[in-house]
Design a protein around this ligand. Structure first.
Ligand code: 13P
Ligand code: SF4
Length: 311
């Protein structure tokens, strides 16, 4: 594997040679965000994957995102730099247990967060992302009973905001669960005029203090528009890279964990992808996402429902 400038040059050479598009989530390392063709939230990256005319999608994100790209673009080669880039929400929701839960509540539909396995998508009716969940929920009749999984904090937030009862799957994101209310309030004392922007994967102890609650793209938009010079950001801190690039004169502070800094909130799964692994993925076209066709088609139904209802 070449180093430094040679590594970047090789990635650029390979992406042309392979007719590859590099998609990156806002939680990726800054150097990956900077060379990606497109950086976005989970919904935007799914839409890009569905629309691209590239032959190869190099997905710099976590596995459920790369799986989603393959479900929507089965003819493309989809590579994920590190196959171990999972997600605690996906892990919290084994398909057999989810199936049993659904079967125990036959009069409920399953509205499911995109952070889950392909098998769980295939067992769901409509997928949502944090940027599309509110729009989609408002299109579901008031008397329709709902199971929401696997993120109980996003589900709880939606349930409170729209006054809708939902049966919640008990999963959490280990990253957003790690913010400390005590430390956040101490930080707020030091910066009383700084608004707090939080992702809905945070527990109520955090979102209840937030001035804005939304997806990564929503938080970025809030960062563009807020008045004042300091913003406290309660989501994975790599997103701050985009804020600092767009607004270098402003001050963005990652919300703290129990140790008083934001490093414990780096997503360990997202961090597995590196430039070196992206290079070898483009070189070898491995590790590659493969999904059995019957399963893919079943999962695609709930994703198509999302794409239609989100637009
Ligand atoms: P969004 O980018 O859709 O807000 O999702 C955040 C996330 O946790 C992805 O894993
Ligand atoms: Fe999963 Fe949380 Fe990491 Fe997002 S930040 S990939 S929800 S563990």
């Amino acid at each position: 594997v070449p180093a430094g400038a040679d590594l970047l040059a090789e990635i650029n050479r390979l992406r042309k040679e392979r007719n590859a598009v590099i998609l990156a989530h806002y939680y990726q390392r800054p150097e990956i965000q900077d060379l990606a063709d497109y950086v976005g939230d989970s919904l935007q990256l799914s839409q890009m994957a569905a629309e691209t005319d590239a032959d190869v999608i190099a997905f710099c994100g976590v596995k459920f995102m790369a799986d989603t790209a393959k479900i929507l673009s089965p003819d493309k080669i989809v590579v994920l730099p590190d196959m171990d880039a999972g997600c605690s929400l996906e892990d919290s929701c084994p398909p057999d247990k989810f199936k049993a839960f659904r079967e125990a509540h036959p009069d409920h539909i399953a509205l499911t967060y995109i952070n889950c396995s392909t098998e769980v998508k295939a067992l769901s009716d409509v997928i949502v992302t944090s940027s599309s969940a509110e729009t989609i929920l408002q299109q579901i009749p008031k008397d329709q009973k709902i199971i929401f999984g696997p993120d109980r904090h996003l589900g709880g937030y939606l349930s409170r905001k729209f006054d809708r009862e939902m049966l919640l799957w008990p999963g959490v994101c280990i990253v957003h669960e790690a913010f400390s209310e005590t430390e956040l309030l101490k930080l707020k004392e030091q910066h009383p005029d700084a608004p707090i922007a939080a992702h809905p994967e945070c527990p109520p102890t955090i979102v209840d203090h937030a001035d804005y609650v939304g997806s990564t793209s929503g938080i970025l938009k809030f960062a563009q528009d807020f008045e004042g010079d300091t913003l406290i950001v309660a989501t994975e801190p790599h997103i701050i890279h985009q804020m600092e690039k767009a607004l270098p004169e402003k001050n963005f502070i990652g919300a703290p964990g129990a140790d008083g800094n934001c490093n414990c909130n780096i997503c360990p799964y997202m961090a597995l992808n590196t430039l070196e692994k992206l290079y070898t993925a483009l070189r070898d076209l491995e590790p590659r996402i493969e999904i059995e066709e019957g399963l893919r088609l079943r999962a695609k139904k709930s994703l198509d429902a999302m794409l239609e209802m989100a637009s």
